[in-house]
Design a protein around this ligand. Structure first.
Ligand code: ADP
Ligand code: MG
Length: 339
């Protein structure tokens, strides 16, 4: 009987794996911004063209990479962030799976320029289809510039699945905002087709929230801050009068990672009950910090869904923290629902 099983070549295995991490230009935006944050950058630039279909570039002033690492970073499961499985439960970085750059290099054309702090020369690498086309020393600023060009140029079926520029742009803006919101102490800029979309100075969380979501929130934010030995919640909720009929101004971060949690969303909605009309949504930007041992962030490749070891404690705590904050600011239910 003939044997029929063969091992897929690396570039094909990488293309398949890439489907989980890189679905659209915005996925690359998220991964590259997070890498810049993990590299200790204080200034991060995002540059896109054609809604990221032609170019997604992130330039940071972080720690940069050595010549060898500049090559290694494109290997699958190549990461400087964990070494053992136990490290997973002490994660303080945004990344750890070592998949993003390998995935991007499998489905786009990539140019990396990087220079470590204190080194005279940097490295330049061109890679596409998981194959290094060129590598040479180069002059470049300290830090890293990572350009992803022509996403899915070699996977036409996926390229066809991309949405209109307006739709892809919305996803990109969402991802940018999520990272920028979590790190107000870092400076971010974002240009699209040469036009500035955001320029965010380093500042407080409140300044960042207002810079991103609008000046009208300036006098309409209520600070939330409460902690126990187990966890700490801080951030802002909008005064009830700012609640909107549309979603969009709701942000939850666990250990600085944006997450989607209908369960915790419900905790906040219930804290606002009676204060806002039933069909509207309050602004919230809330950070939950807890020992990474209590969270499993590895349940989803994009890490937007996570598991807590005790969700009920979290629910009760978030709900009461928001209630206390609203009560303290003496925001009484004054909305006239008959209007
Ligand atoms: P992960 O972030 O999960 O480790 P990535 O594929 O995103 O995996 O990156 C692989 C490795 O490349 C990182 O662990 C890091 O060592 C290095 N790296 C990626 N981006 C940067 C950057 N902007 N600056 C410095 N090093 C980087
Ligand atoms: Mg990463």
């Amino acid at each position: 009987m003939a044997d029929i099983i063969n091992l897929l070549p690396d570039n094909i295995a990488n293309q398949i794996a890439a489907g989980e991490v890189i679905q659209r230009p915005a996925s690359a935006v998220k991964e590259l911004l997070e890498n810049a944050v993990d590299a200790g950058a204080t200034e991060i630039q995002l540059i896109i063209r054609d809604a990221g279909k032609e170019l997604v570039q992130v330039i940071d002033n972080g720690e940069g990479m050595s010549e060898t690492d500049a090559r290694m970073c494109f290997e699958r499961h190549a990461t400087s962030k964990i070494k053992t499985i136990d490290d997973l439960f002490e994660i303080r970085t945004m990344g750890f799976r070592g998949e993003a750059l390998a995935s991007i290099a499998a489905v786009a054309q990539v140019e990396l320029k990087t220079r470590q702090r204190g080194e005279a020369l940097g490295s330049y690498i061109e890679i596409d289809n998981s194959v290094v086309r060129r590598q040479e020393p180069c002059q470049t600023a300290e830090g890293t510039s990572f350009a992803m060009k022509n996403l899915f140029f070699n996977v036409p079926a996926r390229r066809n699945f991309l949405k209109s520029n307006a739709a892809e742009m919305r996803h990109i803006v969402d991802e940018f905002i999520r990272v920028a919101m979590a790190f107000p102490q870092l400076q971010f800029s974002f240009t699209s087709n040469g036009q500035q979309v955001f320029y965010l100075e380093k500042g407080s969380l409140k300044q960042r929230v207002v810079a991103i979501l609008g000046q009208h929130y300036n006098a309409r934010l209520v600070a939330v801050k409460e902690s126990t030995d187990y966890l700490n919640v801080h951030g802002f909720v909008g005064k009830p009068e700012t609640a909107k009929k549309t979603r969009g101004d709701q942000f939850f971060f666990v250990n600085n990672r944006f997450i989607k949690s209908p369960y915790l969303h419900h905790a906040i909605m219930s804290a606002f009950a009676e204060m806002i009309p039933a069909d509207s949504f309050p602004l919230y930007v809330l950070f939950i910090d807890l020992d990474p041992a209590h969270v499993d962030i590895n349940v989803h490749p994009t890490k937007q869904e996570i598991k807590f070891d005790d969700e009920k404690i979290l629910y009760a705590f978030v709900q009461s923290a928001v209630k206390h904050a609203l009560a303290q600011f003496n925001v009484t239910p004054t909305l006239d629902f008959s209007l």
